[in-house]
Design a protein around this ligand. Structure first.
Ligand SMILES: [Zn+2]
Ligand SMILES: [Zn+2]
Length: 417
């Protein structure tokens, strides 16, 4: 006999409890977005592979080994999106959304896909809130974007959060730092992990991100990014820090925060949670002024962040908000005591639902005792009883399950329920 089907490794069902948490997170995101006047923009899940190789960089782990790529005959190579930014930038360029120097502010919610080694807290299909602002170089908009994230996380009921901040420099000053870092790390090459030995040629900055203990120890003595920052970058960074202070958002500056992707310029940030530990940020983002141009569009400065819904859901679950996990309770449970109640009940239930009442009914006939048990299981506020006496008079008995008060209401007057 063949075994029952199972889900693909790293792809998980979102069961009702988790779905309720996701809905709470998504609704909160939409409320905050409305207050900040950021609009929803949903790029498709599938894009041409070329978008990601150009947008994220060919030398990144994401593009090198983590994309789900489909090649259909002689057509383009297509990939499931591993992140949202590249698709947002493509959509912005293709739909002319930042024409005439307009500032455009967007968010999207949805699944992303990466063929990572499945482990705790890491799925191959995961979900993100993604926020992107185009058309202004900052630093005030950088502070607004961080304020958006901070407001969102606070509204989710999360505390014990810290904003970690850095400035990664610009095309004027970063190459100088990169050169100094390369020279330093080249001398230590044998002590680096194999991944970092490869990174040394292509993108030495990413070595600062390595979680390998021996690489971490080495980078402690490495040259510091802050000593290479040019005047303009320093002014930008100071402006951002002053703005965050004015907004009362606590932050720490971490010179080692570089973020995984190549395209970041100047502002980089993460929000870390004490509950998750430093290796698991609740959200992260940064400025990527060169990306639009790199993808063949106009030169539009941009900043954004992404936050993983699975991690947020985990934090919310740990934060004493278990009421969010409970299923919504219906207004009425419909108790059918005789077969003849089925037809009139069906009509009444349709009318009550049309009036906005939440109705639970399993369309099974049984004793009042067994129906009361079901009503209790469904956590209904009231039970609506249709037995032989009620039917004879065209009535329904309504019992409040908390107060035990009971009234009779004509079933042809649904608005009285
Ligand atoms: Zn600079
Ligand atoms: Zn390493």
């Amino acid at each position: 006999m063949s075994l029952p089907p199972t889900a693909v490794r790293g792809f998980k069902d979102i069961l009702p409890e988790q779905a309720r948490l996701f809905r709470f997170i998504e609704e909160t995101a939409r409320v905050v977005a409305e207050r900040f006047n950021y609009q929803e923009l949903c790029p498709p899940i599938l894009e041409k592979t070329e978008l990601f190789t150009r947008g994220i960089g060919e030398d990144t782990d994401i593009v090198e080994k983590e994309m789900y790529t489909i090649v259909e005959g002689s057509a383009d190579s297509l990939s499931l999106r591993p992140e949202a930014t590249a698709g947002m930038v493509r959509a912005l360029i293709e739909n002319n959304l930042a024409q005439g120097g307009k500032i455009a502010k967007f968010f999207c919610l949805g699944p992303m896909f990466r063929r990572e080694r499945p482990q705790k807290g890491r799925l191959r299909q995961f979900h993100q809130l993604d926020v992107e602002v185009f058309g202004t170089p900052g630093p005030y908009i950088d502070a607004e974007v961080i304020d958006f994230l901070h407001t969102f996380l606070t509204k989710l009921g999360l505390n014990d959060l810290s904003v970690v901040l850095n400035s990664l420099g610009c095309p004027d000053c970063r190459p100088l730092f990169r050169k100094a870092l390369s020279a330093f790390l080249e001398q230590k090459r044998p002590a680096l992990c194999l991944d970092c030995q490869r990174r040394l040629e292509r993108n030495p900055l990413r070595i600062l991100d390595c979680k390998n203990p021996s690489c971490c120890a080495l980078t402690l003595q490495a040259p510091s990014l802050s000593s290479f920052r040019c005047l303009k970058c320093q002014e930008h960074f100071d402006g951002l820090q002053d703005s965050l202070k004015a907004l009362n958002i606590n932050f720490v500056v971490d010179d080692k925060l570089v973020r995984g992707l190549d395209y970041y310029t100047r502002t980089a940030f993460e929000v870390q949670s004490g509950q998750l530990g430093a290796q698991n940020a609740a959200a992260g983002g940064g400025r990527y002024d060169g990306l639009c141009l790199k993808l063949g569009g106009p030169d539009i400065p941009a900043i954004g962040f992404a936050s993983g819904l699975e991690r947020l859901a985990m934090l919310i679950e740990q934060s004493n908000q278990s009421f969010l996990l409970a299923p919504p309770s219906p207004d009425y449970y419909i108790a059918l005591l005789v077969q003849e109640a089925l037809a009139p009940a069906m009509i009444l239930v349709q009318k009550l639902r049309a009036l906005g009442q939440k109705i639970s009914c399993d369309w099974e006939v049984g004793s009042l005792k067994s129906r009361l048990r079901q009503a209790d299981k469904a956590k209904a506020s009231k039970i609506l009883i249709l037995g032989p006496d009620e039917l004879a008079q065209g009535l329904a008995t309504v019992r409040d399950l908390n107060t035990k008060e009971q009234v009779c209401i004509p079933i042809n007057q649904p608005d009285l329920f």
